[in-house]
Design a protein around this ligand. Structure first.
Ligand code: GLU
Length: 513
């Protein structure tokens, strides 16, 4: 029987996760859901020097906002709890010991200075990548060069030490990555990585492999930056005797800057003003980093945008709900090449999803905005306004910004349109239209408002096209906007007539001859 799929997202709480991390979470989630598997959130916090308070909470809120719910994890619990590595500290020592006993790891007592000296020495000898490896280890202070007695003495004297992996000198390490195919690395290029630090904490490498094994992870889906660590992890699986159940690996493509030159980073956000984080974050230098959430992106749009940063279904379809993504996502369709970040695409997605919202859903958002501004509105009016505006905006907050005239009579009139369109002819028509509207009941429909206008135009022998912008200007203050007749329907005849009269009074002397 096929093993049940179990995947994990394993972030380190070293600051806010940028969208690359959230994409990793999303791909893991989609893969798990499609195969009725389990999606796990594990917090990898063994590097206490890099710990940034608040990052775990930030991450959980971000996942929650975009609808990526873990099945097991720090808050959900599960059969392999705890899911925070610092709480699993005592489990790792045993495996480090197992590696030492089998001759695959050793104790090393070198101080920081001694390590630096070694690197300097190798640099002088023109070694391109100075490493603690099969050759250099024999010149250092470790349990391979020191006698058993010396090692014991040092330990008893409380000298700090680490445990290092003994990488074989000549070996080929192979792995079949689901995105990249076969990868072969010669062990001579690998470092004798530290597995246990002098503070008794495991490093990422040991904790990650041990936990993936203990938590029965079947697939490791993670960012490309972890690809160089993968051969080391394969060695660990081998040396721990777990190679048979080693998870399959899939390393995701990098997220690139908009121009394709280099990795997308927080600096790009600061430079261009677009978000690269799911939610806002204030960094150590007091920079306020923009968030997709606060910038007005809808979580569904964000998710869809994110899914396409590195994957596509091979068809023309671009709009995918979460459920459709779950059905269609395939690891084999993930690109190897880096994915270029394009904020305009994110905006496009937002617009598409905004259009799909019902007027009532948008009214909810608009009402909140109105409340902040202290403007009263019925739910009905808010829904009507939202319906008129939703095709014309990218973000929900723009509905209020661009549709204030539905609530507040214009205080100023677009100068350019005044100069071009405020003609004597228009003034005549507008006067007559205001009068005609006043004879109608207040609750007029868009069609009726139009019929009244047509009658006026007919009587005066003027074509509609010649006065429409002046009418819009009088009613809204702007030269463009949503359909005007439905706008008049929302405002009612009394308000529309009074706005026209107001404009006639204020702009009357600017008549173009
Ligand atoms: N803790 C690592 C990170 O911060 C996890 C990498 C992995 O998934 O193996 O991304």
């Amino acid at each position: 029987m096929e093993q049940k799929v179990r995947v994990r997202f394993a972030p380190s709480p070293t600051g806010p996760q940028h969208i690359g991390g959230i994409r990793t979470a999303l791909y893991n989630y989609l893969f798990a859901k499609q195969l009725k598997g389990t999606f796990i959130l594990r917090i990898e916090d063994t590097d206490q020097t890099r710990y940034v308070p608040g990052s775990e909470e930030y991450l959980k809120k971000a996942l929650d906002w975009c609808g990526i719910q873990p099945d097991e994890g720090v808050d959900q619990g599960g059969p392999y709890a705890p899911y925070r590595q610092s709480e699993r500290k005592d489990m790792y020592q045993k495996y480090a010991q197992q590696l030492i006993d089998a001759g695959h790891a050793y104790y090393a007592f070198d101080t920081e200075e001694e390590l630096n000296e070694m690197r300097e020495r190798l640099k002088e000898a023109r070694v391109a990548q100075p490493q603690y490896n099969a050759i250099t280890r024999m010149t250092m202070k470790n349990s391979l060069t020191l006698s058993e007695k010396e090692v014991k003495e040092k330990m008893e004297a409380g000298e700090p030490y680490v445990i290092r992996l003994k990488v074989p000198r000549k070996d080929e390490v192979r792995l079949n990555d689901m995105v990249r195919g076969w990868i072969m690395v010669h062990s001579s290029t690998l470092d004798d990585k530290v597995l246990m630090k002098s503070d008794g904490m495991p490093t990422y490498h040991l904790a990650n492999v041990v936990d993936d094994h203990l938590m029965k992870i079947t697939h490791v889906i993670r960012g490309e930056e972890w690809l160089p660590s993968a051969p080391l992890h394969v060695l660990l699986y081998r040396f721990l005797g777990w190679e048979d159940t080693m998870p399959k690996f899939a390393h995701l493509p990098l997220l690139l800057k908009p121009d394709g030159n280099g990795k997308l980073s927080k600096r790009d956000s600061l430079k261009h003003g677009f978000p690269v984080f799911p939610m806002e974050w204030i960094d150590d230098d007091n920079n306020q980093l923009a968030g997709f959430k606060e910038d007005g992106y809808l979580p569904e749009a964000f998710l869809n945008f994110l899914a396409f940063l590195g994957w596509n279904p091979g068809t023309e379809q671009e709009i995918f709900s979460k459920e459709e993504l779950i059905k269609s996502f395939k690891i084999e369709q993930i690109n190897k090449a880096g994915a270029r970040f394009d904020i305009n695409k994110a905006k496009w997605y937002n617009q598409q999803y905004l259009k799909q919202k019902t007027n009532e859903e948008l009214a909810e958002m608009l009402l909140k905005e109105l409340e902040k501004e202290g403007v009263a509105s019925s739910r009905e009016k808010a829904a009507f306004v939202s319906g008129l505006m939703k095709e014309r905006v990218t973000f929900p907050a723009e509905i209020w910004k661009n549709a204030q005239f539905f609530y507040v009579a214009p205080q100023r009139y677009d100068e350019k349109i005044v100069n071009k369109k405020w003609t004597e002819e228009a003034v005549t028509v507008l006067k007559a239209y205001a009068n005609a509207l006043k004879e109608q009941s207040n609750g007029i429909s868009a069609d009726e408002a139009k019929a009244v206008l047509e009658q006026v135009l007919n009587d005066l022998g003027v074509k509609m096209g010649r006065v429409m912008q002046a009418l819009r200007l009088a009613v809204t203050g702007e030269g463009s906007g949503p359909d005007l007749m439905p706008t008049i329907e929302v405002l009612g005849t009394a308000e529309t007539a009074s706005r026209i009269e107001n404009a006639l009074e204020r702009l009357g002397d600017k008549v173009k001859t």
